[in-house]
Design a protein around this ligand. Structure first.
Ligand code: 4NP
Length: 144
């Protein structure tokens, strides 16, 4: 089975590129992309400390570049996966009439320990972010 999944956070430089890199490594036949609800970092690679924490566990994300979520993404993906409630609300606000693409929280696929992916840009807990994303991504691939 091949799935088209779009991961979305606020800046598209920490959480969603991490989810992108983790999931493409675990499910190489799936089509994975990531985007931000903001345009603040469009064109930039993932945040350097996030890349460093990922690289330390064998995940490469230097090839990724930030882009902003667009209304066309509702048709281009089978599922849109947000990192927190704020991302989810901003995505839902753009949903075209009649569109039924599922928009879910990544933590819905986790072990119940978290109800959102805390933003490491503010918490500075890049490793904890990757741990949570890895747990949830495994759940998404198995049950999503
Ligand atoms: P992200 O984290 O949404 O996980 O990419 C952020 C990165 C940058 C900013 C906010 C969140 N910022 O304010 O620039």
């Amino acid at each position: 089975m091949s799935k088209r999944i779009l991961f979305v956070c606020l800046g598209n430089i920490c959480r969603s590129p991490s989810a992108h890199a983790v999931t493409r490594a675990l499910a190489p036949d799936w089509q994975i992309d990531s985007a931000g609800t903001s345009d603040w970092h469009v064109g930039e690679p993932p945040y350097a400390p996030m890349q460093q924490a990922a690289r330390a566990r064998g995940l490469e994300m230097a090839d990724l570049r930030a882009r902003q979520f667009t209304v066309q993404d509702f048709d281009a993906f089978d599922m849109i996966v947000a990192m927190d409630d704020s991302n989810l609300a901003r995505i839902e606000a753009l949903r075209p009439a009649g569109n039924t693409t599922p928009v879910r929280l990544l933590t819905e696929f986790g072990d119940g320990a978290a109800d959102h992916v805390p933003d490491p840009y503010y918490t500075r807990d890049f490793d904890g972010c990757l741990d949570l994303i890895e747990t949830c991504a495994r759940g998404l691939i198995t049950h999503g």
